[in-house]
Design a protein around this ligand. Structure first.
Ligand code: PMP
Ligand code: GLU
Length: 402
């Protein structure tokens, strides 16, 4: 059937939504690999480790015990309790199981959270560079994304003054992400406290995406925004999940903690939209949260070694400026000095052209800064082996010679 002859037209929403740039970049690499090309694929942000064995065993047990049916739409109480216990233990903040909802991945948590609190007429403040899906997820609710630019010079951090200047009578939500995708930047506790003062004064809600909280390096530490001041937990939806910490991207486990009435409304949305998140994944995630955490620490240590390797090499390349990120597993570096040059036989004028040409010429797959609302940069995910990183960086170096 040719889709050109279909009488069905797209909805305004579907016509406006862009495919996720990170997933699109990964699909492109997959196509090339299928043709037999060796691709140095640094596009996708997912741990290269297998899911730890004890987590897989818990999933097998769940299946053997018959946990293969519908669960409550907001997730099983055993997992919601385990998440609440984890926050009590880690950040000393108390939530009841009714203040926790499990979703099908943190992307789904973000979408459900935004759907529950935003709509047409609302503004959502997002510091840039932001993770690819934020602006589209906001747009899907009918709300407007208000972008606040930050740069390498400002440490990719939004200041309280910038936040204040972005607020209008329509501002409803501030989206925060620390450690950040794509920059890897980790806000200090003091910096978040300064933003919290503005949030409280201006009566904003906050969606704090803390999915990289277990992956911080050196003296950077994660902060749970909701804990910073009295009154913040009542206006903050904390989002996190199992994908990054436990190498569980395919299991689709995300969670949100926040005021009971919002969490309940999110449950209503989910009950009509997806039903429950995967029953087997939920049991596996209890094992992840309550089992031995050494697997997380081993991955974190290796990511730190790779960060030092990748950022050291990138910073030494001509015309590249690469800061040292404090968390996550991305290098986000300035390539703008190469704009106007011919690389791989093509004149490069923006980050999309840089990345397309690097993929075409030296088979190095990066994601353009423009996908994160930040032209002039590129993102490299170092969630891959040191050996592949070294080989890919050799090729990138060769590419930059022109
Ligand atoms: N937030 C951020 C900042 C991310 O990088 C990701 C990456 N996938 C997600 C949320 C969503 O994670 P998932 O849906 O795999 O749980
Ligand atoms: N968060 C990952 C990334 O930024 C996964 C891709 C996605 O979900 O869009 O690469």
């Amino acid at each position: 059937m040719s889709s050109g002859s279909s009488p069905i037209t797209l909805s305004a929403l579907a016509a406006a939504v862009q495919p996720s740039a990170t997933l699109a970049a990964a699909a492109l690499a997959r196509q090339l690999k299928a043709q037999g090309v060796v691709v140095y694929d640094f596009s996708l942000g997912e741990p290269d480790y297998p899911t730890p064995r004890h987590i897989c065993e818990a999933a097998n047990r769940a299946m053997a015990e018959g946990h293969t049916h519908y669960t409550p739409a907001n997730g099983i109480v055993e997992l919601r309790s385990a998440v609440a216990r984890w926050y009590q233990k880690t950040y000393n903040i108390a939530y009841t199981p009714d203040q926790v909802i499990i979703s099908s991945g943190a992307k789904h948590s973000l979408h459900t959270a935004l759907t529950a609190i935003c709509g047409p007429g609302d503004e959502v403040i997002i510091p840039t560079p932001y993770w690819v899906s934020y602006s589209d997820l906001v747009q899907m609710t009918g709300a407007k994304a208000v972008l606040v630019p930050t740069t390498l010079e400002s440490g990719f951090k939004m200041t309280p003054e910038q936040l204040r200047a972005a607020i209008t009578p329509r501002s409803k939500v501030l989206m925060l992400n620390s450690p950040s995708n794509p920059t890897g930047v980790v806000y200090s506790r003091r910096e978040l406290e300064a933003l919290a003062e503005v949030v409280l004064e201006k009566n904003l809600a906050v969606i704090s995406d803390e999915i990289y909280e277990k992956l911080t390096f050196g003296d950077c530490t994660p902060t749970c925004f909701a804990t910073l001041r009295p009154g913040l937990a009542e206006r903050t939806l904390t989002v996190s999940g199992a994908s990054k910490s436990y190498a569980m991207t395919g299991w689709r486990m995300g969670w949100t903690l926040g005021p009971g009435h919002i969490i309940k409304a999110m449950g209503n949305v989910q009950s009509q939209q997806t039903g429950n998140p995967c029953s087997i994944s939920q049991y596996a995630t209890i094992a992840a949260l309550e089992g031995d955490q050494e697997c997380v620490e081993a991955m974190r240590r290796e990511f730190e070694v790779r960060r030092n390797l990748v950022c050291g090499r990138l910073a030494a390349m001509p015309g590249i400026r690469c800061p040292l990120p404090g968390g996550a597993f991305y290098a986000f570096f300035d390539i703008s000095a190469h704009f106007g040059r011919r690389l791989g036989g093509k004149e490069i004028t923006n980050s999309a052209e840089f990345c397309q040409t690097a993929l075409g010429q030296v088979h190095v797959n990066l994601v353009p800064g423009s996908a994160f609302g930040a032209e002039g940069y590129a993102r490299l995910s170092y969630a891959t082996s040191r050996e592949i990183l070294q080989l890919g960086l050799d090729r990138l170096e060769q590419f930059l010679r022109g």
